[in-house]
Design a protein around this ligand. Structure first.
Ligand SMILES: [Fe+2]
Length: 171
């Protein structure tokens, strides 16, 4: 039976007893992850409307330069938190059938970050009065956005599959 309890002796850790295994999560770390997810969502909420149409992007190019730099930096934090956070390792230890998926997803971080970094560089290099370059940039950004969205959805599915595995949920 799943139960959630705060660790004793003043520790900031939260323990989730799943019966077969334990996840020990530092409360401060959970706050970092929550803040990161909120910051990342806020950034994407600002970027996406600007990148939907070339003319809108052109009109907001200086803002886009700032936002893409912020996105690159936020993703560096996002990926480092995910890799430091235990759910990947825990999935690998407790559910070997999920380990391949976990490794594949972790392996995607470097490529996704490299693309975010390159897009941040590109947006500063492109002169916004060159429409063909603006279009190229927007298509490339959309490709990145879709890849990142799929990656995040796959991570969520991995976590849910891992929990289902713990609880003995059948399809
Ligand atoms: Fe990830």
């Amino acid at each position: 039976m799943r139960q959630l309890e705060t660790a004793s002796q003043g520790s900031t850790a939260t323990r989730i007893n799943t019966g077969t295994r334990r996840l020990a999560v530092n409360a401060a770390f959970l706050k970092d992850i929550k803040d990161d997810n909120q910051d990342l969502k806020a950034l994407l909420d600002q970027i996406l409307p600007i990148t939907r149409h070339p003319q809108t992007a052109t009109n907001h190019w200086p803002e886009l330069i700032t936002l893409l730099g912020d996105l690159r930096d936020q993703l560096a934090l996002h990926f480092s938190l995910e890799e430091a956070y235990g759910y990947f390792d825990d999935a690998i230890v407790s559910a070997p059938q999920l380990s391949i998926t976990a490794e594949v997803l972790r392996g995607e971080h470097a490529g996704l970050f490299a693309e975010a970094r390159d897009l941040a560089d590109l947006v500063t290099e492109i002169c916004s009065d060159r429409p063909e370059l603006v279009n190229d940039f927007l298509h490339r950004f959309e490709g990145f956005r879709r890849a990142f969205e799929i990656h995040e959805e796959s991570e969520l599915k991995l976590i849910l599959d891992s929990l289902d595995d713990d609880l003995g949920v059948c399809d």
